[in-house]
Ligand binder design. Structure first.
Ligand SMILES: Cc1ncc(COP(=O)(O)O)c(C=O)c1O
Length: 455
């Protein structure tokens, strides 16, 4: 058996094989999946704009006016008036001086982190950050220091440790991914004007919880670090007018870099960075995925522009998403499935073992509810789950019935989900990453340190 067949075999043995499911027609609260009608409960089309007639129309018109593709990278001849228009609009939306578009959130994160940190610099990263952040950290060649999930005290301890202060209490194993770091350049980053960057998801993609931004920004100020906040799952879902968690916390003037995606609540494809005019000029000159990749296609940009206009015109959509999230969470709780009673639209239903999560997903699917199973290495070992997402366009009845279906499927699979809603213990994630088999690397960038996360 050759190496590729062996790796596929290994994934099969671990219950980790993945395949592509096919949706016919546009993305909506109900879709046809592999030929069967289902309620869609795992899409990031949070506001239902991907399939909105006005957004589709904007894309179609843009294709006629500007063509299907940009034809070149931004720095050659790929920057078109439609790119500039959206950039101006996004900068105004986020109350920042400037904005630059990227091809995707993955490229925005890897490109921006790579531009803001290099050999000898230090990046502090939450252990549950998205895979694109993890890959950005790894690719930057900076020292990567992973702090426990949302644990600001741990982050501060690590920053002070790195500044050479002697602290009593607590211990950090430097090599196991829990606050450990690559050895290269460690000494170089101690107070010699070397760059420090704290990077975090705003809303964590697999758990739906929020980063403690106020405390992070305070720490950053105290320790001379920059901050990068990835608002991928927060734009259109949280904050005043759907402007995200940075706006919600009143930190628009404090956070150095805000990253947003066009592929989730804004219903299109692509991403952007909002920051000071100087920072954006710097990224245009240094971020490799921006320099060396074709500019995003005009129809996608026009679609995002239309979606943004719609969000600004009717911010009630955000409240609708939030109240739907609560309906879904309460319906799950009524069915005996552990969930927090909050308005967060990403709802993890923790199952535990990989095969059990897949079994639950398949059983729900047979009953017409599609909620994808998420397994290691995307999440920590022992915390495989269904990652449910509410959309503003679901009806309350659809959500209640879906919760009922999932609960029935769980009973059919003899799963007790009453006590499994707890977050993984901090550190489990990184421990499991270290313990992952090599086969994991086939499906994601097995994160070291931290886990590969994907949505
Ligand atoms: C937190 C986070 N950041 C970035 C990305 C990547 O965005 P994109 O899909 O535009 O590449 C994702 C995608 O799921 C994400 O969840």
């Amino acid at each position: 058996m050759d190496e590729i067949a062996q790796r596929l075999d290994e994934l099969q043995r671990l219950g980790r094989t993945r395949g592509l499911r096919v949706v016919s027609g546009p993305q909506g609260p109900r879709v046809t999946l592999d030929g069967e009608p289902v309620v869609l409960l795992c899409s990031n089309n949070y506001l239902g704009l991907a399939d909105h007639p006005r957004v589709r129309e904007a894309a179609a018109q843009a294709a006629m006016q500007w063509g299907a593709g940009a034809g070149a990278s931004r720095l050659v001849s790929g920057t078109m008036t439609i790119h500039q228009r959206l950039e101006r609009r996004l900068a105004a939306f986020h109350h920042t001086e400037a904005c630059v578009l990227f091809g995707s959130g993955y490229l925005a994160n890897t490109g921006t982190i790579g531009a803001l940190a290099g050999r000898g610099d230090t990046v502090y990263s939450d252990e549950l950050n998205h895979a694109s952040i993890i890959d950005g950290c790894r690719g930057s060649r900076a020292d990567v220091v992973v702090y426990r999930h949302r644990d600001v005290e741990h982050l501060e301890w690590l920053m002070r440790r790195d500044e050479g202060e002697s602290l009593s209490g607590g211990s950090v194993d430097r090599n196991d991914g829990r606050g450990g770091r690559n050895s290269a350049g460690r000494d170089a980053c101690r107070g010699h004007g070397v760059r420090k960057l704290i990077v975090t998801d705003a809303v964590f993609s697999m758990d739906g919880d929020i980063a403690p931004l106020k405390e992070i920004v305070e720490l950053a100020h105290r320790h001379g670090a920059r901050t990068l906040v990835d608002e991928a799952h927060a734009i259109g879902a949280l904050g005043p007018g759907g402007r995200g968690t940075v706006a919600q916390a009143g930190l628009e003037a404090e956070v150095d870099v805000v990253i947003g995606t066009l592929g989730k609540a804004l219903g299109s494809y692509g991403a952007y960075v909002c920051a000071s005019e100087e920072m954006i000029r710097y990224l245009i000159n240094t971020a490799r995925p921006l320099i060396f990749s074709t500019a995003p296609p005009p129809p996608a940009i026009a679609a995002a522009l239309a979606a943004l206009e719609m969000l600004e015109e009717k911010p009630e959509r955000v409240q609708r998403l939030r109240s739907n999230a609560r309906v879904l969470r309460r319906a799950l709780a009524t069915e005996g499935i552990a969930t927090e009673d909050v308005e967060m639209h990403i709802v993890p239903v923790i199952v535990g073992e990989e095969r059990a999560a897949v079994g639950l997903c398949e059983a729900a699917l047979r009953e017409g509810v599609f909620a994808q199973a998420i397994r290691p290495p995307t999440v920590a070992k022992g915390t495989s789950r269904l990652r449910l997402t509410a959309m503003a366009t679901h009806t309350a009845q659809e959500l209640r019935e879906a919760a009922c279906t999932i609960a029935r499927a769980a009973r059919e699979q003899e799963l007790d989900l009453a006590a499994t809603g707890a977050q993984p213990a901090a550190g489990d994630a990184t421990t499991s990453a270290a313990a992952d088999t090599e086969a994991d690397a086939v499906t994601a960038s097995a994160a070291e340190p931290g886990l590969a996360r994907a949505a």
